[in-house]
Design a binder for this molecule. Structure first.
Ligand SMILES: NC(=O)c1ccc[n+]([C@@H]2O[C@H](COP(=O)([O-])OP(=O)(O)OC[C@H]3O[C@@H](n4cnc5c(N)ncnc54)[C@H](OP(=O)(O)O)[C@@H]3O)[C@@H](O)[C@H]2O)c1
Length: 280
């Protein structure tokens, strides 16, 4: 990492943790967001609005080696997703080109929401993507935009991110809320620490694939995770409630593993055990 110059566009929770780790490994890290004043030392703040600011190219550092794109939409509707993922990424790619950074490696954080499979199917990077929701459709559109980048580009499709401040499922179990069954609802997860690990890993690979699914080894039903959590918390298993016809999919991480990534938390058991012990 020493000597690498890295831009994190959308330097929020993941970006700040990633940027800090990269800086500690010797990289020069720039964090772009609209309100960057609280970024920690080690990340050079770059105040910019990817959707509104003119002349982004004048403000990007020269000689970028890597660019991470980790935005969240302002609104959870089609317009918000289009703006954050399609418009924002397109504008950043244009600015990279105009600023002499066309050959930086661009790593785009996407989601397994691009898959439409909803009957518990197993999916991997070769599986068909026919999203049924606007969010998946806009992310897929952004992934397509990324393919026009002349440098190396990598898409990472994360599933449900959990961790110390992403503990809604623990709170759900604590409060005695039910889990959905029938039908069994399949879910996929990744611990936030592994998100950071995966993003660093694909940034360093000599010849990365264009696409990785970022999930742990343990896709399973929502009830399985909630039963396990209830047991770890010393509670009764949650009640079951019927949940319509949709039942999710099961995502495979073989490509990521084959590329050499080793999970810190290979399943929800290790990840949530730590959270439960920490009293989350
Ligand atoms: N949560 C999940 O389970 C899940 C699952 C799959 C994928 N993902 C993806 O994982 C990522 C989560 O990242 P995160 O937790 O780090 O999100 P985050 O904390 O919300 O960070 C995103 C940052 O983007 C910045 N931003 C938003 N609009 C901007 C704009 N127009 N111009 C410049 N910066 C802008 C925001 O900062 P300012 O407000 O200061 O601009 C914010 O800090 C997202 O890409 C999400 O789609 C999440």
């Amino acid at each position: 990492m020493t000597g690498k110059r890295i831009l994190i566009a959308g330097c929020g929770r993941l970006g700040t943790r990633l940027g800090t780790a990269l800086n500690q490994a010797g990289a020069e890290v720039h964090g772009l967001r609209r309100h960057p004043r609280h970024l920690p030392a080690g990340i050079t703040p770059l105040a910019a609005d990817l959707l509104a600011d003119p002349d982004l190219s004048d403000r990007l550092p020269p000689g970028l080696d890597q660019v991470y794109y980790i935005l969240t939409p302002q609104t959870t509707d089609d317009a918000g997703y289009k703006a954050a993922f399609v418009t924002g990424l397109t504008r950043l790619l244009e600015a990279l080109s105009a600023s002499g950074n066309a050959h930086a490696r661009v790593i785009f954080v996407s989601s397994t929401g691009v898959y439409g499979q909803d009957q518990g199917e197993w999916v991997d990077e070769a599986s068909v993507t026919e999203p049924t929701r606007f969010s998946g459709r806009r992310l897929l559109e952004a992934e397509t935009c990324l393919r026009r980048h002349p440098g190396v580009s990598v898409v990472v499709r994360f599933a449900g991110i959990y961790g110390p401040e992403r503990d809604s499922l623990v709170r759900r179990v604590r409060s005695g809320r039910p889990c959905t069954d029938p039908p069994p609802r399949y879910t996929n997860r990744i611990h936030e620490d592994d998100c950071i690990g995966v993003l660093r890993h694909v940034g360093q690979l000599a010849a990365p694939a264009p696409l990785y699914i970022g999930v742990d080894d343990a896709p399973c039903t929502q009830c399985e995770v909630m039963d396990w959590l209830a047991s770890a918390l010393g509670q009764q298993p949650p009640r079951r409630t019927p949940g319509g016809t949709q039942s999710g999919r099961r995502c495979l991480n073989q490509r990521l593993r084959a590329s050499g990534y080793r999970f810190r938390y290979p399943s929800y058991r290790q990840g949530y055990q730590r959270l439960v012990r920490a009293g989350v």
